[in-house]
Design a protein around this ligand. Sequence first.
Ligand code: PHE
Length: 454
Amino acid sequence: MTTTSIHGMWSSRLAFVLAATGSAVGLGNIWRFPYTAGEYGGGAFVIVYILCVAAIGIPIMMAEIMLGRRGRQSPINTMRTLAEREGASPLWQLLGWMGILSGFLILSFYSVIAGWTLAYVMRAAGGLFTGIDAAGSEAVFSALVGDAERLLAWHTIFMVITVIVVARGVAGGLEKAVRVLMPALFLLLIIMVLYAAQAGDFASGAAYLFQPDFRELRDNAGEAILSAMGQAFFSLSLGMGAIMIYGSYLNSQDSIMQNTIIIAVMDTLVAVLAGLAIFPIVFANGLEPGSGPGLIFQTLPIAFGQMPLGQFFGSVFFVLLVFAAWTSAISLLEPLVAWLVENRGFSRVRAAILGGVAVWLLGIACLLSLNEWSGFKVFGMGILDLFDYVTANVLLPLGGVLIAVFAGWVLSRSASAAELRIASEGLYQVWLVLIRFIAPLAVILVFAHAIGIF
Ligand code: PHE
């Protein structure tokens, strides 16, 4: 059995935790979590979300890391090798292909939103937010989103920096960068929460997030629960092979369970902190929590515009958000690049450029759907919203179920026990029950409920 990957290895356990946390913590926590929670009424959504992280997300993340580490290749080849070894169907490699498709679709719109973040660094630094009110902030946002050329420029810059890091290999520059950036992001979020606590309507914001009112779920429970589950997959980077490939660079000695729990807790904490920074400002300024993907871009500038040193804090905040998005974006591209290197014999640089250009092209369709093509809708959604919805709510959970089934039923118990090496036999049994029954059934029931089967 191979004990290292041809693509390189993390230099330490800490490097893995930082990289995987870097993948998990991103726009999903700070941009997507608050606006999705806002669309489904807050507290009840948050409870369902946390349940999904604990009962579905954590066991599946352990499974992904475990499979990646046993296969030590791109998700496609890892699945092919492991299936072969267990005497299972070669069709399991389709799971890897599905992951490539998901990563491709996600990165195409992710890069556009990351572009908004880049644009906001400039706006914050230039003092555009000083003294801005809710209407002014909405106007700044609409002006950006309506301007296709500007969006294209920022989307291009973001894809270029993503390709550069992937081309250089993950261990080199990235490891060092996340070491400083993740703690800095954390600190700044706490400052934002403290600001929101004294300047915003903190009581309403906190109540909105933490006081579940399950009546809100009644009208639209299927959709809300599906979205909470989809958000858990998206935020934890699960179901498309990003965590699998990061697992393939992890040392055989390191504990999978412990690392997984750290990553999941950090990810959830960042999402909750983002909610606590944003909703008090939403309520204090009479904004709509359910206003959609523009939420943080319309609320945070108001806060930065009023706080002392807001120009400084605002720029730093959006810079850190760019970094959070960046460390996630590289993990979205990595599985495809590893596969191109393995199967096409490309150099890493060539593979990264090729993958990046393909994603960049698709991203243009996403950004045009916000302006020039805004009349074009599929299932009532523009392309960007459609990619966002379908990947998080359908493709990632589906990938997750297949990973769970493979890890729980196809892979022999002796193999999973040997790879996870959980000291307590009882805890291993808990994982086995979660991965065999609870996680797959929960996802399928949520799907069934959302499409109205019961
Ligand atoms: N988890 C990332 C975020 O929250 C997005 C992501 C999804 C990254 C899937 C990799 C794979 O921003």
